[in-house]
Ligand binder design. Structure first.
Ligand code: IPD
Ligand code: CA
Ligand code: CA
Ligand code: CA
Length: 270
């Protein structure tokens, strides 16, 4: 299978092996001595990075780069490195670092492939649960190889909504949305990992996921998964400078998507 003349089948199969290997390495850190994690803070006390984040990203870049030397990379901890073709691997080595360093199992590894402006492969691996969420454009979404579908909830009160938040935006960017969701007898959950919650939305466990500002490495694999699961995502990929600046993400089951987009104030195109 190819996309724009690029072999995405070979890339998918290789990346699937690499993400499992990266997960094994991350688990060794997670189960090891916390003192060895060398945790540093970035912009604030809750925005941190450990040696595990850096080494896991290095493993993924090295192993994919060995097999596909012409491809480029964008990762949370190591930045952007353009390739010689249109491929860009978008990597979050550990999504949910605050959970990871505090011994909570809701962290995952997220790897996506973009070709030009299109996201074509999404892989999210949750090592603590042994679940690999995967999708290739046009081929549907899977959990450990089994096909999954986004939620068919009709009302926000039919299921649980994932919500994320960081200190990159003020609290006023999320509080009204939570208020309205609760007023409609909906409920929200935040497990500390945007990618994992988007993976759950692709498997229909959550009715959707919203975060007012997210970076591309957090949501790129989730976007592929969600679309391939029959869900809807806002036009994140069309936002200006999205790879540098990020933007809002809304992913939702097809029947609640318009209502959620209206509630939040994002444009909806069916
Ligand atoms: C964070 C997580 C969190 C989301 C933040 C992200 P990190 O990523 O995905 O759930 O709310 O916006 O920055 O720092 O744990 O990789
Ligand atoms: Ca981070
Ligand atoms: Ca992240
Ligand atoms: Ca991260």
């Amino acid at each position: 299978k190819t996309f724009s003349g690029i072999d995405i089948e070979a890339r998918f199969e290789h990346a699937r092996d690499v993400i499992r290997e990266a997960g094994k390495r991350a688990m060794e850190y997670y189960e090891g001595d916390a003192a060895d994690l060398a945790i540093e803070t970035k912009t604030n006390a809750l925005d941190m990075v450990s040696i595990a984040d850096k080494n896991v990203e290095a493993i993924i870049r090295d192993r994919i780069g060995d097999a596909f030397p012409e491809d480029g990379f964008l990762g949370e901890e190591m930045g952007i490195e353009k390739g010689d073709n249109d491929c860009l691997w978008v990597i979050d080595p550990i999504d949910g670092t605050a959970c990871f360093v505090n011994q909570m199992p809701t962290w995952c590894i997220s790897v996506a492939l973009m070709i030009g402006k299109e996201a074509v492969i999404g892989l999210i691996y949750h090592p603590c649960n042994g679940e690999l969420f995967s999708a290739v454009i046009g081929d549907g979404a899977r959990v450990n190889g089994e096909p999954v579908k986004a939620s068919d909830a009709k009302l926000v009160s039919d299921g649980v909504m994932g919500i994320g938040m960081s200190h990159r935006l003020p609290s006023s960017s999320i509080v009204p949305v939570i208020g309205q969701l609760l007023d409609e007898e909906g409920m929200f959950i935040r497990n500390g990992s945007c990618a994992l919650m988007m993976a759950y939305a692709s498997a229909g466990r959550l009715i959707g996921y919203y975060e007012p500002h997210i970076n591309p490495w957090d949501c790129m694999a989730g976007i592929v998964l969600m679309r391939e699961a029959g869900g809807w995502c806002n036009d994140f990929l069309d936002l200006p400078n999205v790879l540098e600046d990020g933007g809002p993400i809304l992913a939702a089951g097809p029947n609640v998507a318009k209502h959620l987009a209206d509630m939040i104030g994002l444009s909806y195109r069916g």
